[in-house]
Design a protein around this ligand. Structure first.
Ligand code: AHR
Length: 533
């Protein structure tokens, strides 16, 4: 065995069943206690959000193939992308960056004649690769994508090379009614009479780095200049300030503290604080698709640190904002491996993710669900042909990567009420560079929507299944069904040649009174839908 359980506790689980007044179940490895709560916080659908940037093959080819392309498209947008995003109920897209946003001038992306401009990512492109921005995909094309998929737009304003005026003009262009502002009339002349109704606005991106290299005090001063005269067109905005790089060893608590200290006594609203958290393997030998047991667990363990990042920044913010007006937005998250395995040289950062990254996705979502009261949104970085992608696409080739299926399996949590979950399960000893560490044997989250209880679970073990009983604190279960994502080879992915290697399969659930009996395979993500009586 590569990983190993610490001890066996199945006898306690059997006695639990007797106490609950039902016939004893066979000894199980784990007991999962669920407490549905009518007043549980809502898990916003926006926790399952997306991020797309003008970076490598994300926009061009990934999403935008052009109106004259032979690739099936709707007004230039890849049809398969629209269909697959709609299928998982995509709640939002964050656009146009990322680092790109802080050099982007929105006027370059409107009208019939568009300039060719410098793209921030040119400096990271391999020799000979030209990433000059065509501006073929601008605000109208982005809004059409949102409309076609049912997603809400989340725009990032240019703070580093833009001005408050450019930002305010963009707001007016998007949100003013025709006839009230020349900018709205210009929007109508460009094909969209109805206002776009953009509510979510990011004020800068990574202003501590590519977005201006500022300290928190400098950023706070600029933030206030950008938002004080925000034009009051409907809808009421949700303004997101740049927050920390959470993946730093010290979690970058200094940024959050410095920013909120500098905002004390000022009136500018801060509705959201953005956290970026990359499971950062850029400077390690870890590869995307070739790894051993230690590599499997290193990624899972590192990714799970997001929970601490959320908790610590939230606790710090409480000192400045005891009622928590400001919510957290994890608007960039995902596993970032070192360069070298891209699908093509000009598809910068495109990573052929595997089952390991799907398990990481499930861990992240279970953490987000368990902290739903703190989080207004999260956005995976980035949706297609990039770091933690759901798809790869190149010309007429398109494939769903394993993380896509986790989005599909977790749909039941969107806009549901968080339920209490306690998992009693022995820990797992796992290999690390220093020897070994322990991680939870199973992790998960639960929520209810009317009479439907959704429970999602991850078994990170490479070789051991976990039998478990799911027990309701009150009430019974009348029906149950499940889905599982796993593969006997932990390094497997889907490729253009073999697109269905890793896929969702039906999962057996045995219902007995207020119990659901299951057996979670190793290397697996499971989603249960249990109908409450
Ligand atoms: O997602 C890629 C880049 O990572 C983004 O442009 C930037 O915000 C972050 O550093």
């Amino acid at each position: 065995m590569i990983d190993r359980r610490s001890f066996i506790r199945s006898s306690a689980i059997v006695s639990g069943a007797v106490l609950a007044g039902v016939a004893p179940v066979l000894a199980a490895d784990a007991e999962i206690e669920i407490t549905p709560r009518e007043d549980g916080p809502e898990i916003s659908a926006h926790l399952y959000g997306q991020f797309i940037e003008h970076l490598g093959g994300v926009i061009y080819d990934g999403i935008w193939v052009g109106k004259n392309s032979k690739i099936p498209n709707v007004g230039g947008i890849r049809k398969q992308f629209i269909d697959d995003m709609t299928r998982i109920g995509v709640p939002n897209f964050r656009w146009p960056g990322g680092c790109f946003a802080d050099a982007y001038h929105w006027r370059d992306g409107i009208g019939a004649k568009r300039p060719r401009t410098y793209n921030y990512w040119q400096a990271s492109a391999p020799d000979g690769v030209d990433v000059t921005e065509s501006n073929n995909f601008g605000i109208h094309e982005f809004m059409h994508l949102c409309k076609l998929t049912g997603a809400e737009p989340y725009l990032a304003a240019n703070m580093a090379s833009g001005s408050p005026q450019e930002f305010h003009d963009w707001v007016a262009y998007c949100n003013a009614q025709v006839g009230t502002s020349s900018l709205a009339d210009e929007r109508a002349a460009n094909g969209d009479k109805e206002p776009f109704g953009v509510k979510w606005w990011g004020v800068g991106n990574e202003s501590w780095g590519c977005g201006g290299d500022m300290n928190p005090q400098e950023y706070a001063t600029l933030y206030r200049r950008f938002v004080t005269q925000y034009p009051a067109y409907a809808p009421k905005p949700f303004l997101v300030a740049v927050g920390p790089r959470g993946h730093q060893p010290d979690l970058d608590l200094g940024w959050t503290k410095g920013f909120f200290e500098a905002m004390v006594g000022h009136r500018s609203p801060v509705d959201g604080l953005s956290i970026h958290f990359y499971t950062d393997f850029r400077n390690s030998a870890e590869k995307v698709a070739t790894f051993n047991a230690q590599g499997w667990f290193d990624v899972i363990r590192e990714g799970a640190r997001i929970e601490d990042v959320i908790k610590q920044h939230w606790a710090l913010m409480e000192k400045f904002d005891p009622k928590h007006h400001t919510r957290l937005i994890v608007d960039e998250w995902g596993v970032w491996y070192k360069k070298g395995e891209e699908i093509a040289p000009n598809y910068l950062l495109s990573q052929p993710l595997t089952l390991r990254d799907a398990v990481h996705t499930a861990y992240s979502f279970d953490i987000f669900n368990r902290h739903a009261e703190k989080l207004a949104m999260t956005n995976v970085a980035q949706t297609i042909n990039c770091i933690h992608s759901l798809f790869l696409a190149e010309g007429d080739k398109f494939v769903r990567l394993p993380p896509y299926y986790v989005f599909e399996m977790y749909r039941g949590h969107m806009n549901a009420r968080q339920a209490g979950i306690k998992i009693h399960c022995e820990d797992l000893n796992v290999p690390t560079a220093a020897g070994s560490a322990t991680i939870a044997g199973l992790s998960g989250s639960a929520s209810t929507k009317g009479k439907m209880l959704t429970v999602t679970l991850t078994n990170p073990s490479i070789d051991s299944p976990r039998s478990a009983v799911v027990r309701l604190a009150t009430g019974g279960i009348t029906e149950g069904r499940g889905q599982v994502l796993t593969h006997e080879d932990m390094t497997k992915s889907n490729t253009f040649a073999h697109p269905n290697e890793v896929h969702i399969a039906p999962f057996r659930v045995n219902i007995r009174g207020n119990l659901a009996e299951i057996s979670v395979p190793p290397r697996a993500v499971v989603a249960l839908e249990l109908k409450l009586s």
